[in-house]
Every structure is written in C-alpha cells, then in structure tokens.
Design a protein around this ligand. Structure first.
Ligand code: FAD
Length: 421
C-alpha cells in the first residue's frame, strides 16, 4: 500500500509544478501560417545551443528529482519512491501541462540504459550511476551498432580483453546517438571469439571521457549531426562495471533492445498523430486541394492508418504497463509508424511540389524537407522495416524462417522468453 494517496500525490506534484514551472497556455487551434512550421523528425541543433539546452534540461531533472518526482516508481535505495505506475503516469500527465525544458537528452539513458543497469549491473555500478542518471547529472548513450553489425548485432567485433581487475576495450562503434554529450555508454563487446557469435559477448558501462575514447560526429542528409562514430583504443573499464556475467552479453543486449522498442512505442506515433492530421488538412485547404477527390481519398486513408497505428501501439503499451511482455505488437507498431511517415512525406511532397526543395521563405513549405529527409533514418533506427517484416512474417503469420539466417537470434529481434543464452 503506497504511503501517499494518489490525491495527496497530485496536490504535492501540482504544488511543485506551480512553484517551479509555468503552465502551458491552452492548446491553440492550428492556423496555417501561424507559429512554428517545424516538422522535422530529428531534433538537430548547433553544438552550442545543444549544450545550453542540455544544461537547462539537467537543471530541471535535478530539481524534480530532489523534490521526489525524478524516479517515482524506482527503488528508494537509488532515490526513487517505489510508488506504483499510476503515480508515474499521473506525474507525466501533470508535467505535460507545464512549459519545461526539452527532456529528450535523457531518452536513451533512462529509457534503455538505466533499466539494463538496474537489471544486470554490480551493486557498485548501480550505486554510482542510477541516482545520478535519474537526477540528470549523468547522460548515457547506447554503443551497440558497428560498421559490420547492425541488424545482425551479434556479429559485433569490438573486443574486450581481461587485464587483471580491468578490461581493455578496442574497436569501433557507429550511429551512436548523443555520444557527443554523453558521460557514459552501455557497450557490448566480444570477449570470446571462439564461441558462437551470441555466446562470446559481454556488456559494460564505459566512461565516455576515459583516455582512448574518441567521438567523431556523422553529418546526416538533414544537415544535423545527432549521431557519431566512436573509436575505442585500449580503453580501461573496471570489472565492477561489467553488466551481467562474462559471455552473457546477449541477454544484457536483449534487455536494452526490448526497452528500445518500448521507448519508440512510448513516444507514441513519433509526432505523426494529432497535430499532424490537422496540419495536413490545413495544408490541403491552403493550397486549394480540398475538393480534389484523389487528394481527399489519400488524406482520408492516411488519417485512418494513423488512428489504427495508434491503437496497435496502445495495445503494446498497455501490456507493458500490466507488466507483460509485448509480443510482435511492438514490431507491428514500429512498422506502421514508419509506413505512415513515408506516406505522409510522399503526400506532402505531392501537395507542395517544388516548394519542398526551394527555400522561398514561404511558411510551411520548405520546412517539410526535414521531415522527408528524416524518414529513412526512422525506417532504420531501432530495427529496420525489413527486419520488422521478417519478425511479423515469422511470428505472426507463421511463415518459414528467413533462409540463410542463423536461427538463434540473429537480429535486433526480441525473441525474449525463447532466448537460449
Ligand atoms: C537515427 C538513428 C539512430 C541510431 N542510434 C543508434 C544508437 O544510439 N546506438 C546504436 O548502437 N545504434 C544506433 N543506430 C543504428 C541502428 O540500430 C542500425 O542502423 C540498425 O540496427 C540497422 O543496422 P545497419 O545500419 O548496420 O544496417 P544493416 O543491418 O546492414 O542493413 C542494411 C539493409 O539490409 C536490410 N537487411 C538486413 N538484414 C536483413 C534480413 N535478414 N532480411 C531482409 N533485409 C535485411 C536492412 O533492412 C537494411 O535495409 C541508429 C540508427 C539510426 C538510423
């Protein structure tokens, strides 16, 4: 039985929010040509602005953590309050009614790395990192993908060699989102090259500022550089920073990957519902195409798909909230999300024509280029469309297995429960 009722918690939370943040103005009705026309899928900024926003985000996290709202359902031992999930949900809904600094810097750390640390780290690492991560003092990234290991993650080659009470890490990771501002990273390394590929892996928490770590930004076609190559040259990691047992890193990776897919789901439809529907309708009206039967038909079909995708996603999220493992719903939800993004970008391109490539300064036109150019990245991140189709084909439709693919767990495919590690 929680030591505080939901009503008392709400009063406490509202008190904190009123004292430390400004209430959002009621959602304004969308009017074409007013406000921001930004529709980009990736939050890309210049480095200096990124640093300033991170500082504000950290300040907010620290304030709410110190007031008891930073890890509402987490263990008290690490600064949490061990309150049930409805309290966490209530807080999120209350917080969303206020203007607070952008918290996306913590998405990977708190959504994926912290749950893995909680499940697999030594007490030393848990003590050192969990409280600091939830307080926003430490930001984390995910160091999984390599030039030769993405979908087939278990092919990764970055090695960790034992040296007494330490490990020496050498190799290269790639596509590491947020490495440029991260303090630590969760890394999966090969610790026994003689074992089958899923068996010789081990996870670690690595200090991103340690000697031998080099972060190089990768420029995307959208113009931003939100992910990086990360090179490791004999980087020392203490054995008490190991995640799970030696050579059991695949199980550790699965914990993170399951949370990765759930984080994508928890992000709802990735900003393509609600406001997006209204924006598309108003765009069609503005360009005088609202009587065009083909445009109307396509728009109605997109809006219907967005609704259906929202329900599938909700089913998966509800299962997670009930403490159950979602099945292939998360793969279907990810696939529908990216299919809808692709349809939206093709639709907007058709409506806007050359305006999408020529920056004429006209509101709501060229800005769509960032959406269009961001869709391919969304179709790859967190498991590509093709890999999601394989999962749905094999596990929902019962089709034969992908030929030539290792049958254990070759992909960023969450065969949790059937996993033989
Ligand atoms: C925006 C973004 C952010 C990312 N952030 C991170 C991060 O923070 N940390 C991290 O570790 N990684 C990150 N990644 C990497 C991401 O996880 C990988 O890109 C993804 O797993 C795909 O791997 P790959 O790029 O090596 O492509 P590959 O696996 O080489 O795939 C290439 C193509 O082949 C297809 N393909 C592969 N296998 C099959 C198959 N069996 N059947 C059919 N088709 C197949 C794929 O669908 C794809 O079209 C990020 C990627 C993106 C785009």
């Amino acid at each position: 039985m929680p030591d505080v009722s939901l009503e008392a918690f709400e009063t406490e939370a509202r008190g904190f929010l009123d004292a430390h943040a400004t209430r959002r103005e009621a959602e304004k009705t969308f009017v074409w040509g007013e406000g921001s026309d930004k529709v980009s899928l990736f939050d890309e900024k210049a480095r200096e602005r990124e640093r300033e926003e991170l500082a504000r985000a950290q300040e907010w996290r620290a304030a709410k953590f110190d007031a008891g709202f930073g890890w509402i359902s987490g263990p008290t031992q690490f600064g949490g309050r061990e309150l049930p999930n409805p309290y966490e949900r209530l807080w999120s809904s209350l917080e969303s009614q206020y203007e607070v600094p952008n918290q996306s810097f913590f998405g990977i750390g708190l959504g994926m790395v912290a749950p893995t640390i909680l499940a697999h780290a030594t007490d030393t690492a848990k003590d050192r990192y969990l409280r600091a991560m939830y307080r926003g003092d430490i930001v984390a990234c995910q160091l999984f993908s390599e030039p030769g290991a993405g979908s087939d993650l278990a092919s990764l080659q970055t090695k960790a060699e034992r040296d007494g009470e330490e490990w020496l890490i050498t190799g290269q990771k790639v596509w590491t989102s947020g490495a440029q501002y991260s303090d630590i990273g969760e890394i999966i390394c090969r610790t026994d090259p003689d074992q089958p590929k899923h068996k010789g892996l081990t996870g670690f928490v690595v200090d991103m500022r340690a000697p031998g770590v080099e972060v190089r930004p990768l420029r995307q076609m959208t113009g931003g550089a939100s992910f990086n190559e990360v090179f490791f040259n004999e980087v020392r990691v203490r054995d008490d920073h190991r995640l799970g047992d030696v050579n059991q890193g695949w199980t550790v990776a699965l914990t993170t990957l399951m949370n990765e897919r759930a984080s994508i789901g928890a992000g709802g439809a990735g900003g393509v519902t609600g406001g997006m529907t209204t924006r598309l309708i108003e765009m069609v009206r503005y360009f005088g195409l609202d009587e065009d039967p083909i445009v109307r038909d396509e728009l109605a079909s997109i809006v219907t798909s967005l609704r259906v995708a929202g329900y599938t996603n909700q089913r998966a999220m509800d299962k997670i909230k009930r403490g159950q493992l979602p099945g292939p719903e998360l793969s279907i939800a990810k696939l529908s999300l990216t299919m809808n993004m692709r349809r939206i970008s093709e639709f907007a391109t058709r409506v806007l024509g050359p305006r999408i490539v020529a920056d004429s300064g006209e509101w709501g036109t060229y800005a769509w280029g960032a959406f269009f150019l961001g869709v391919p990245g969304m179709r790859i991140a967190g498991g590509s469309d093709e890999v999601m189709r394989n999962i749905v084909g094999e596990r929902v439709l019962g089709l034969p297995k992908d030929p030539g693919i290792d049958s254990v767990t070759p992909f960023r495919d969450l065969k949790v429960g059937t996993q033989k590690s």
